[in-house]
Design a protein around this ligand. Structure first.
Ligand SMILES: [Zn+2]
Ligand SMILES: [Zn+2]
Length: 444
């Protein structure tokens, strides 16, 4: 068994590096012009690798009898990633647009792109990432979006996909000094994407410690600490690629006992949209009774800061590992299979949209984004057994079939859309009916 596991571990690591190489080559092919930069998203091109690695981890789960995944949690993690990629279309101005504007109009120099300047830029991007990430933990306003990445109480490759939709609004400004110093936008965009892609493989419990690499690179062991909600692990190991930044700036923590994953104020929901707003709603409630100066301080202080009149800084309580219960809901197998069917269709639609995004107008993009987000929100609600979900899902099925039939009509009765719409209506409504009403059973 152990041998099987180490073979799978080696296979995982080999795959990561081989696929990494070929994808970087693939990405470089797109190095043409600015228009291309706006449509370029190497993170999207890496999606097949992500799913391959999730598959390997599921195999490890099967062979080792370790419980690495829960369906509802993993689906919600992926849903947060889907939501982020879809809404990212509309926030690209933050990620790349402002950078390009500064680079073009205000840069002190224009640095020529060669192997040395690219290496230097890679290190600088990672350095800026460290500070952007650290501030995302130390400023309440920023934490409100980054918190999404930390909400899962599991630790597996699907957690890497669990990203906030709004974080880029706050963090993109940290990279602007690089534009001022004249590092061109394309190199910046590629290397920033590379630091994101790098961080996928560190979200796993199946790789233990990696010898000397632990002193230089961010590894699964270091990043498990970062996802821990135990007092000693909170706000530690903010690194992207190089763990050196944490060691230099005093935020390094070695992995000792197994972390308890998640956050101190669990979100207790499988809704990927709510996951993005929950902390902001909590902030608004807490701020209601504060005076204006305290409100400003609250927004920019560390999460947990409260004025003395409200009891002062909230202390992080140690986790009672024996009594700790992860948020969970139980849904019938028939409901799970129905969700998987709808989810698979939503994933195909997402992939087709993301790979062909440049062909859609902004309005069309907003329309597709809305349809996919409604689907994945309903999937989460089916797991939770919300009392409104049968109604919402029925309306959604009728609406989607109607849209398909409408487009069939305006395209002189296109047969594919006509048959597709009718088949979707019949299969989905029958399946939903026979899957049965989800019963709500929650423990948190
Ligand atoms: Zn973090
Ligand atoms: Zn992470």
């Amino acid at each position: 068994m152990e041998k099987n596991l180490s073979v799978l571990n080696t296979l995982t690591i080999m795959l990561i590096f081989n696929c990494g190489q070929s994808y970087v080559k693939e990405i470089i092919k797109y190095k043409t012009d600015y228009l291309c930069i706006m449509n370029l998203n190497p993170v999207v091109y890496s999606i097949p690798i992500y799913f391959l690695l999730i598959g390997i981890e599921l195999l490890i789960q099967k062979f080792s009898n370790k419980r690495l995944y829960r369906l509802n949690d993993a689906i919600t993690n992926i849903s947060c990633g889907v939501t982020q990629q879809l809404t990212g279309t509309f926030l690209k101005i933050f990620g790349i647009g402002i950078y390009q504007f500064i680079y073009e109009n205000y840069s002190f120099f224009k640095i020529e792109s060669n192997i040395y300047t690219i290496l230097l830029l890679f290190i600088l991007v990672d350095f800026m990432y460290y500070w952007a990430h650290r501030m995302s933990h130390e400023i309440n306003l920023f934490w409100g979006s980054h918190v999404v990445h930390h909400q899962s109480e599991e630790y597996n490759f699907s957690v890497a996909l669990r990203q906030s939709s709004f974080q880029t609004i706050w963090t993109s400004f940290f990279y602007l000094p690089l534009a001022l110093f004249g590092f061109n936008t394309l190199d910046f965009a590629l290397l920033a994407a590379l630091t994101t892609i790098y961080q996928f493989w560190i979200h796993t419990e199946t790789i233990t410690r990696l010898g000397w690499l632990e002193y230089v690179f961010n590894t699964p062991s270091h990043h498990r600490v970062h996802h821990g909600r135990d007092p000693k692990y909170i706000d530690k190991n903010h690194a992207g690629v190089f763990i050196i930044w944490d060691m230099v700036f005093g935020t390094y923590q070695r992995e000792e006992e197994k972390p308890t994953y998640g956050i101190t104020k669990p979100v207790n929901s499988w809704n990927p949209v709510w996951a993005n707003f929950e902390h902001y709603q909590f902030m608004l409630i807490e701020m209601k009774t504060m005076k204006f100066t305290d409100q400003v301080k609250y927004i920019f202080s560390k999460p947990g800061w409260l004025p003395d009149s409200m009891g002062g800084i909230r202390k992080v309580q140690p986790v009672n590992k024996n009594a700790f219960q992860k948020y969970d809901t139980s849904s019938m197998r028939s409901v799970n299979f129905y969700v998987l069917f709808q989810y698979a269709l939503a994933m195909v639609a997402t992939a087709l949209f993301l790979f062909n995004k440049s062909q859609f107008t902004l309005n069309e993009s907003a329309f597709v984004t809305g349809m996919i987000i409604i689907t994945i929100v309903n999937c989460g609600a089916l797991f939770e057994g919300k009392n409104w979900v049968m109604m919402a899902e029925s309306i959604r099925i009728i609406l989607f079939s109607g849209i398909s039939l409408y487009f069939s009509f305006v395209n002189s009765w296109d047969m594919l859309l006509l048959i597709g719409g009718i088949a979707y209506l019949v299969i989905s409504s029958m399946w939903l009916y026979f899957a049965g009403l989800p019963k709500q059973s929650v423990h948190a």
